[in-house]
Design a protein. Structure first.
Length: 98
């Protein structure tokens, strides 16, 4: 079983931070739960990136369980590029040129 490494696109980091701050304004514990779930998802992806279904343009998606977001990523050899942490109902596909 190969060992994968994660590479985070800078815009995916910015999206995660912006979403965390928005949730923090609403409720700090919800904001922490959001980050915990993103971290868990990235760990799952890093462990076995082929487990989740193919999406578009060579990407795959991992859906967060408690939040309306998905982690969009690409697998190239043993490198996993996190392309976006995307809200499920906002601007679908906005990240396609990353």
């Amino acid at each position: 079983m190969p060992i994968y490494s994660l590479e985070l696109h800078p815009e995916s980091v910015a999206e995660t931070q912006a979403t965390f701050l928005w949730y923090k304004e609403q409720n700090e514990s919800v904001a922490k739960a959001f980050l915990d779930e993103v971290d868990h998802g990235m760990s799952q992806i890093e462990e076995a990136p082929e487990r989740w279904p193919k999406y578009v343009r060579g990407t795959r998606r991992y859906f967060l369980h408690r939040f309306p977001f998905s982690i969009v990523y690409r697998v190239k050899n043993t490198n996993v590029q996190i392309v976006a942490v995307a809200h499920g109902r906002r601007r679908p596909g906005y990240w396609k040129n990353r």
